[in-house]
Design a protein around this ligand. Sequence first.
Ligand code: ZN
Length: 216
Amino acid sequence: MRKYVIMGVQGSGKGMQSRMLASDLDLTQISVGDIFRWHVKNHTKLGAQVRRIMAAGALVDDDLVEAVVRGRLAEHDWNYGFIVDGFPRNGPQAEFFLESYDIDGVIHLDLPDEEVHRRVMARRLCSQCGADYNLIAHQPEAEDRCDVCGGKLVSREDDTEEALAARLRLYHEKTNPVLELFARKEFVVTVDARPDPVSVQQEVRRLLELPLYRPG
Ligand SMILES: [Zn+2]
């Protein structure tokens, strides 16, 4: 059984790298963001709570995140292991996690702040159907128009330079102590997240001594 944590700033490709790693190793992917989005979409009690927090412009607090992850892991549907994204959020949670789950490794996707800016500022969203675009990797056929429905492409409201700079500051402030704690226990593999996704995945696997990724 293999148990991993993946860490990286937004735009570092965490979701994609988790999916690639989970695919042939049969790992259960546990993404805190996905779990919250599911609850919001399905109008659960937790979803309502998360929606209220977001509407107030606040962050979901660490205790709630921990409760959600604990609950998810207690389902025990991870026979071959798991990869967790979005947890732990602080030092005490990291300690608890290491002690309780015997983690095999922490994957740190390293992306310089300038590159995060470049990637995030290139994100667009279709104002009609909600399709995602990234002007670096996924150019629409016609400028500023959705390939699917022809709707106008817009930036997300919170993808401004100021908002991103604030998110990055908060991210480093919160994440650095967790990374340092993991690093002291010699669990962290740091991978440059700038190359293409398959190259990044192969480097992750090389460092974790896993069989190489075979696309398709
Ligand atoms: Zn569209």
